[in-house]
Write a protein that binds this ligand. Structure first.
Ligand code: RAT
Ligand code: ZN
Length: 451
């Protein structure tokens, strides 16, 4: 439900003054926005999904869905199982326990749990089943290739951006095999291990034939740049990306600060490739939870303003993990045109918070931002994450149009289509130079020609 009450009397346009036509007009606007937002293709700019060529890295199916780290964290809110006890179980026993605890013995109200219900109902599965027999039979009968097509069709996601670690053994094998990657999947070169764990990264980079040292000197910077150049050549990433802690600073007297300033930013300039900064994660707040054990902290948005000011020839995609940083990020984006806010990341990918952040962004930035990415780790999650996000973004967009209408301008259908295209794919495509496949948007004439 929307947070803002729309007073339908405000839209009275009928000659006889009756309210029915008023309601019809605003309702029709609502229907138009819903229909357009539901059908607009999506480019999902940050996921942890993989093209089929990466084989076992691609996850799908009920056991993976239930073993999502968001749900593992929730399990321990309700179950007395110990961390060690849980990790000792086989994957199927883990998902059985998660199902029994979060879906049978408790009502699956959380965003992640309710999302599993959404996926199951979309696929025609019993969402109140006592066990996972039916769901497992369904997934066992699916062929991976056809299932990928099915999910992309249901979600209208046309392009998926992966998270690619150049130090991951399985990934390296696929990239080096020269196999053609499914063209709907795009790479994002992830720099976490390089920037956040230099000492551990050094032997791995060395093993790939680059003469880097733990102490960062000019020769090491040169070799790191060669490493990045080579991986950019191999992956053709749409952007370089890194997640950063809440106390991330810039400039910073540290290995990360030096590598960022002297290797990463010059590489972005040279290759004309964007840098994604995902700021605010506190890794391993509870290490016993493994991947589920990360938390968050409020960061300093001034850091982003400084980076943008000092590197005006680099484009930055930026997201913050703390809700408290969102308003400041919008204000920073008003000051720097090389800054593109994106997504409601991780702990912010919850209905109430998506609504709030998206409204705030419309108010401060119009349509000049990227409202959402899925962060899906399991293919099936695209179904619920995009269904939730589309609904919430449609609501926020409708309310912005209603406000505009109230102020004296009625948005036209082609303008709604143009706006939706920007929000769900165009802003990102243009930011990173991803070809829009011949589609043209933006003018009434284009709209009429493509109708
Ligand atoms: O959202 C998530 O699944 C997190 O575990 C992280 O992957 C985060 O999104 C990240 O990219 O670091
Ligand atoms: Zn992620």
């Amino acid at each position: 439900m929307s947070n803002t009450t729309i007073n339908r009397r405000d839209y009275a346009v009928s000659e006889d003054g009756s309210n029915s036509e008023t309601a019809r007009d605003i309702d029709e606007l609502r229907r138009q926005v819903d229909e357009i937002v539901q059908s607009t293709p999506v480019v999902d700019l940050h996921t942890h999904l993989y093209a089929p060529q990466f084989n076992e890295l691609g996850l799908w199916g009920i056991d993976e869905l239930l073993n999502y780290h968001y749900l593992i964290a929730e399990l321990f809110r309700f179950s007395s199982v110990t961390y060690e006890g849980f990790w000792r179980l086989e994957k199927r026993a883990q998902s059985d326990l998660i199902w029994k605890t979060l879906f049978v013995e408790n009502t699956p109200l959380s965003e992640a749990a309710s999302g599993v219900v959404r996926v199951m109902s979309e696929l025609g599965l019993d969402t109140s089943a006592r066990d996972l027999r039916q769901a497992r039979e369904f997934f066992e009968s699916q062929n991976a290739e056809d299932y990928l097509e099915k999910v992309l069709e249901i979600t209208r996601v046309t392009d998926i951006v992966m998270t690619n670690d150049p130090l991951d053994e399985i990934e390296i094998k696929t990239w080096n095999s020269g196999e053609k990657i499914d063209s709907r999947f795009h790479a994002a070169l992830r720099l976490d291990r390089l920037l956040n764990g230099w000492a551990d990264a050094v032997p791995l980079i060395k093993a790939q034939g680059y003469d880097v040292k733990e102490t960062i000197d000019d020769a090491t910077i040169k070799e790191t740049r060669r490493f990045l150049d080579d991986w950019i050549g191999r992956m053709k990433p749409l952007y370089l990306g890194v997640s950063l802690p809440d106390d991330f600073a810039y400039p910073e007297e540290s290995a990360r600060g030096r590598l960022l300033r002297d290797a990463v930013l010059p590489t972005c300039k040279e290759h004309d490739v964007s840098l994604a900064l995902m700021i605010g994660v506190r890794r391993r707040v509870n290490p016993a939870l493994k991947l589920a054990g990360d938390g968050l902290g409020r960061a300093d948005v001034g850091v982003v303003s400084r980076i943008c000011a000092e590197n005006s020839d680099v484009r930055f995609l930026v997201t913050f993990l703390s809700r408290e940083n969102q308003h400041e990020l919008c204000v920073a984006a008003r000051k720097f045109s090389n800054l593109m806010p994106f997504g409601c990341w991780w702990f912010l990918n919850n209905s109430s918070i998506i609504s709030e952040i998206t409204r705030e962004r419309f108010e401060l930035l119009g349509t000049s931002f990227i409202p959402q990415h899925s962060d899906a780790r399991i293919l099936d999650q695209l179904i619920y994450k995009w269904s939730h996000s589309r609904r919430l973004i449609a609501e926020a967009l409708f309310e912005s149009y209603a406000g505009l209408w109230h102020n004296g301008r009625r948005v036209k259908r082609w303008e709604i289509e143009r706006d939706a295209e920007k929000l769900f794919s165009g802003n990102f495509r243009r930011w990173v130079g991803l070809d829009a496949g011949g589609q043209s948007f933006g003018t009434e004439q284009n709209y009429n020609e493509t109708k």
